[in-house]
Design a protein around this ligand. Sequence first.
Ligand code: GDP
Length: 198
Amino acid sequence: MHIEEVSFIGSFKKESQCPKEKRPEFAFIGRSNVGKSSLINMLCARKGIAKVSNTPGKTQSINYFDIDEKWYLVDLPGYGYARTSKKDRSGWEKMIERFLVIRENLQVAFVLIDIRHDLQDIDREFINWMGENSIPFNIVFTKKDKLKKAQVKRNVDKIHNELLKYWNSLPQHFITSSEKHEGREEILDFIEELANKF
Ligand code: GDP
């Protein structure tokens, strides 16, 4: 898919404030520092559309971008700080969960995982929560350039096997490097296919 125009629509604190248009939406979420802003910038081929920030937890709102007046790219706040138990959830974490559950036009949430690390508890909990709530998701591995090819495969397999303890099968995944511009076409083609079906 070729992207002509990207415009920032706004930052919203809750689902009810988000755009009302009937447009297909694609959300991006992951732990802070996973490379979400870099991935969004790469997909949009714009530097600085999503702020690449080294301050974890800085953005706690839902950011909407209009892509060619065809679909919305939704930048969700990073998760995974100061959470000690399932009960101890911060307000915005509940806000994200609510968004994901009730947002009718949401086609898919892309869950970003740093390819260098083992699956963290918070990632596993979040992915399992998505599955239990029938929210369509795809895993996007980030920072592929940081590992050698064999290690990339080993880590992807390891994370898959970990998740397959809970699930019979897993949706398609993507392996990306924003640094080296890899994985862009695959994700955009996938989005295009779903957006055309909308
Ligand atoms: P966010 O907090 O999830 O939005 O993550 P950022 O996009 O701000 O990235 C966090 C850090 O990881 C920054 O220092 C980025 O330069 C770095 N980073 C992000 N993507 C990549 C990548 O594909 N390769 C490499 N080598 N570094 C990356």
